[in-house]
Design a protein around this ligand. Structure first.
Ligand code: ADP
Ligand code: MG
Length: 246
């Protein structure tokens, strides 16, 4: 089934109910959102509000209990495991707080990995991984393993890994949660550059300083959207290193 709607993400009356013994938790209690191509959405809300549950459903890692989910024009809420994996591979890219890179594995190999799982041949795999690393400014660090890279560089490798499958949507769960403020700005600047190429980003953050660089802020509370506002994103500017300033 497809839709002629141009939204990249369209969810309607989405619920996700967890039942553990006698305890029933409505982690998502009826969420409707439409995200257009190129939008930069910050998802905010206190702990336990339902942010991760929402991201897991949007990321096709979990299925909603009820409701519709249209991703890039395809209704995906009722697909089976294999079909969901296919959608993840070709439509979505993921970035995590903890980078999730393989240690003792070079940046290049880390970025090639999703393509390896998809069965892309060696030569094409390498070319696409090199291109993705160049896009995030790490063309000269491709043979470094994670321990030889700074936190910001590791997150850029993770972003290259997310980009290598040519996703339409990038989902990021607190991507700057482990980074200092300067490095966080590097990452936000990179996201903003990607945005100019039409990629859609949904990013969970606790930090208003991060959310101000997004074009839209959605606040979740008790499994419901309690605020949804569009804004002019503040341009991410990376302050010079102290060493360079003196
Ligand atoms: P957030 O990411 O905003 O902190 P979550 O989406 O992780 O919130 O959780 C929302 C609610 O759902 C919380 O009350 C949480 O305890 C509950 N919850 C999350 N995951 C599960 C699960 N696997 N089983 C049962 N309850 C869960
Ligand atoms: Mg969470």
């Amino acid at each position: 089934m497809t839709s002629d709607h141009h939204a990249q993400i369209m969810v309607k009356d989405l619920t996700r109910i967890y039942t553990t013994g006698d305890v029933v938790v409505k982690a998502l209690a009826g969420v409707s959102i439409t995200v257009e191509k190129g939008e930069f959405v910050a998802i905010m809300g206190s702990s336990g509000s339902g942010k991760s549950t929402l991201m897991n459903v949007l990321g096709c890692l979990d299925k909603p209990t009820s409701g519709e989910y249209w991703l890039a024009g395809q209704e995906v809420s009722k697909l089976d495991k294999n079909a969901l994996a296919e959608v993840r591979n070709h439509t979505l890219g993921f970035v995590f707080q903890s980078f999730n890179l393989l240690a003792r594995t070079t940046a290049l190999e880390n970025v090639e990995l999703p393509l390896l799982y998809q069965g892309v041949g060696g030569k094409e795999r390498r070319e696409r991984a090199v291109h993705a690393l160049e896009r995030v400014g790490l063309g000269k660090r491709m043979d470094h393993v994670p321990s030889q890279l700074s936190g910001g560089q590791q997150q850029r490798v993770a972003i290259a890994r997310a980009l290598v499958g040519a996703p339409k949507v990038i989902l990021a769960d607190e991507p700057t949660g482990n980074l200092d403020s300067r490095t966080s700005m590097e990452v936000m600047k990179l996201f903003q550059e990607l945005g100019k190429t039409g990629i859609t980003v949904a990013l969970v953050t606790h930090e208003p300083d991060i959310a101000e660089h997004m074009s839209r802020v959605i606040v979740v509370k008790d499994g419901l959207i309690v605020e949804d506002r569009r804004q002019t994103p503040k341009e991410a500017v990376v302050p010079p290193l102290k060493e360079e300033a003196t």
